[in-house]
Each structure stands twice: as structure tokens, then as C-alpha cells.
Design a protein around this ligand. Structure first.
Ligand code: ATP
Ligand code: MG
Length: 370
């Protein structure tokens, strides 16, 4: 080597070396000795893979194969063990000359850069975990405050009613009320009780779903009959919202389903249609189509913006403020989970201010099953 080249070789801060394609170093510069902490002779005496971190050996071997085939390497990174047992990250640029059986390589110590990258990644992960945890707390807090509000409203109203009825019994005025007024008082109480029953049922269902404990009690069931039952038990709520029901029910629409879960689906969809339907008529259809039983619940109310149409099926997701419309944001989540548990689908077609149609499809039982 001429003295200029020699100086360049000796004073380079980067590693310069000539490596035999047999895996043994032929020549290493002082920067390499300094970085690893071994004298040149020791580096040259060992197969180079002995210095490589066990986790990087496979990728290094792969890289070596490419070099043996005469390919250049740029930005290849691996870890080398130093004399003190610690590892350094080196980024390599190398140039093989197969006819001489060697390759020339330049290595740059990137340990600091890697450490900074690792810290940055760790910080990013911690930040993402923190945001996730904060969101979890936020959702939980929102949920607790909404749930307690929702539970408190019917409870307060029930307490007031029973107090009123009680005082009317005491002063003898209850018996003198016309029968339909008496009926109204009972209906009102019943309505609050229904709400409480539904709310506690919803909370129970969600915890069952979250724990993966939804067991279906599959029996031959009639979808149209289930819809009839729901309509009957919703009589008071239907009267209150003033929505007319237009039902087109296919007689004896049989399937092997869990009828109480299907009833819950119908109840949740109908309760939404009443709540968001602006008192306009609600259409309920049951029909068979190929291998599925279809249930349509169509209202002509608020409608749902396209960007909200997917998320409303998630837990606690709502597209309206609690101030104007009561609810926990659980009805559709439960309905969706129950339909999916049957191997069916639940979707919505809607346009803002034009109403919504929820479509549930359940696999239809074969004739033998029914
Ligand atoms: N028929 C509908 N028309 C317009 N918006 C609807 C309709 N059904 C559901 N939504 C929107 O989807 C949201 C989620 O519905 P979901 O039934 O899960 O909750 P909720 O009715 O608000 O409360 P919950 O059912 O727990 O009492 C509603 O808050 C509402 O914004
Ligand atoms: Mg609902």
C-alpha cells in the first residue's frame, strides 16, 4: 500500500476490512480493532460468524451468499460481540471480488443511532398505550355516568308514581278515578319497569358477550311469531311514540334459532325505530330469501350519516346526543352480536333525515330441521 492509502486505512474512523469469501478476515484496520477490542490477529483467527450476535447469524449468512455471488451490499446491519461481551451495531457497505476470493467492506458503528431508534419506538409505544388507556378510562367514565343517569331516570319516576298511588289509596281518591286514568297510571309504572328490565338485561348481555359466554339455546322457532310477541309486549311504548306499525309477516317462518336472543334483536331494532322514527309509521317485514330468513325494520325518522353507519354497531357508540335521546349505545351492539352468533348478518341502509332500514339475515333451517 502506498503511504497515502496506508494512512487512509489506518486513520479511518470507519471500519475498513478485506474479508475472504471463506469467512476469515484477511486485513482489518485499527478502527475495527478499537471498536471490537480485539487485536487484529485474533479477529483474523476466527471465522467472522463467531463475532456475530446469534439472532443476526441467519440474516448475515443470507447476505454472505449474495456477496459470494458478486452482489454489492448496502446498508446491511448486524451486531458484533466486543471483547467486553457487549454488542455493537455495524452498518456495512461491501464490494465482492469473486475472482480474488475476497470482498472489501466498510463498516460504520450505528449503535447510538439504533439505541435512539429503540428509545423513540419505546416512547411511541408507551404513548400509544397511554392514549389507549386514557380512552378506556374516558369511555368507562362516560359509560358509568350515562348508565347511572339512565338507571336513575326510571327509578325516580317509579318512586314518584308509587308515592302518588300510595297517597291516592290513603285518601281514597284512587277508587274514584275513571278506569282509563287508573290504567294510565299502571301503564306508566309498567313502562318504567320495562325500561329498567331492558337496561339491566342489556348490561348483563354485554358482560356475557365480553366474557365470550353467549350460549345459544337453539330450537325450532318462528321469526314472524317472535315479531308478533315483541309487537304485543311493546304496546305501551308504541302508543306513547304514536308510530303506526305496518307489518308484513311471512307466516310460519321457521328456523333453528335461540328465540329469546332473536326476540332481543327484534326488540332492540324496534325500540330504535320508535326512538328515532319521529312518530312516523314503522314497517316490519319478515321474509325468506334463498337460504336466509330476513327481518327488515324500517323507519322514516332521523336517519344516520354515512360516516356513523359502521360505528353504531360498536359498544357504547351513539350518533345522537344523550340530551335529546336516551340510551346507552348498546342495543345495536347486542343485536349485531346475537345475529352473528347465529351465523347471520345485521346491516343498515340509511340517509340523513330520510329514515333507516335495519336488515337482519339469519340462516334458514332446512325443512328436516324445522
Ligand atoms: N333507527 C335509527 N334511526 C336513526 N339512528 C339510529 C337508529 N338506530 C340506531 N341509531 C343510531 O345508532 C346509535 C346506537 O344505537 P343503539 O341501539 O346501539 O343505542 P341507543 O339506542 O342509543 O341506546 P340503547 O339501545 O343502549 O338504549 C343510536 O344512538 C343512534 O345514534
Ligand atoms: Mg337502541
Amino acid at each position: 500500500m502506498s503511504s497515502d492509502y496506508e494512512d487512509l486505512f489506518n486513520f479511518s474512523l470507519d471500519i475498513l476490512c478485506i474479508n475472504g469469501l471463506d469467512g476469515f478476515y484477511r486485513l482489518v484496520n485499527p478502527a475495527f480493532e478499537k471498536l471490537l477490542g480485539y487485536p487484529a490477529d485474533e479477529i483474523k483467527a476466527k471465522h467472522f460468524l463467531e463475532f456475530i450476535h446469534p439472532d443476526d447469524r441467519a440474516s448475515t449468512r443470507e447476505e454472505m451468499k449474495k456477496r459470494v455471488n458478486g452482489r454489492h451490499t448496502k446498508h446491511f446491519q448486524n451486531r458484533y460481540r466486543r471483547a467486553d461481551g457487549t454488542y455493537v451495531w455495524i452498518e456495512w457497505t461491501s464490494f465482492p471480488v469473486p475472482e480474488k476470493g475476497v470482498m472489501y467492506a466498510v463498516g460504520h458503528d450505528i449503535t447510538e443511532r439504533k439505541r435512539a431508534e429503540e428509545i423513540r419506538l419505546q416512547l411511541e409505544q408507551e404513548k400509544a398505550a397511554r392514549i389507549e388507556a386514557e380512552r378506556g378510562i374516558e369511555v368507562r367514565n362516560d359509560f358509568i355516568s350515562i348508565a347511572s343517569h339512565e338507571l336513575k331516570t326510571p327509578l325516580t319516576s317509579l318512586t314518584m308514581h308509587t308515592q302518588l298511588i300510595n297517597s291516592m289509596i290513603q285518601d281514597g281518591t284512587l277508587a274514584s278515578l275513571p278506569q282509563d286514568t287508573q290504567q294510565k297510571l299502571v301503564d306508566l309504572t309498567q313502562r318504567q319497569l320495562n325500561r329498567l328490565t331492558n337496561l339491566t338485561g342489556d348490561l348483563l348481555n354485554v358482560s356475557r358477550i365480553s366474557a365470550g359466554l353467549v350460549m345459544l339455546d337453539l330450537q325450532a322457532s318462528d321469526l314472524s311469531q317472535i315479531v308478533q310477541n315483541v309487537l304485543e309486549s311493546s304496546r305501551i311504548e308504541l302508543e306513547k311514540c304514536g308510530c303506526l306499525i305496518e307489518a308484513q309477516l311471512e307466516p310460519r317462518l321457521m328456523g333453528i334459532w335461540d328465540s329469546s336472543r332473536v326476540e332481543q334483536v327484534v326488540t332492540n331494532l324496534l325500540s330504535n325505530a320508535m326512538k328515532f322514527g319521529k312518530g312516523r309509521p314503522i314497517r316490519i317485514v319478515t321474509q325468506t330469501d334463498g337460504g336466509v330468513a330476513r327481518l327488515l325494520v324500517q323507519d322514516q325518522g332521523l336517519g344516520i350519516r354515512p360516516e356513523d353507519q359502521a360505528r353504531i354497531f360498536e359498544r357504547f357508540e351513539r350518533a345522537v346526543p344523550i340530551k335529546t335521546h336516551e340510551g346507552l349505545g348498546l342495543g345495536l351492539y347486542i343485536a349485531h352480536q346475537f345475529v352473528a352468533a347465529h351465523g347471520g348478518t345485521l346491516r343498515v341502509k340509511s340517509a340523513l333525515n330520510k329514515g333507516s332500514t335495519f336488515i337482519a339475515e339469519l340462516p334458514l333451517a332446512t325443512r328436516e330441521q324445522a
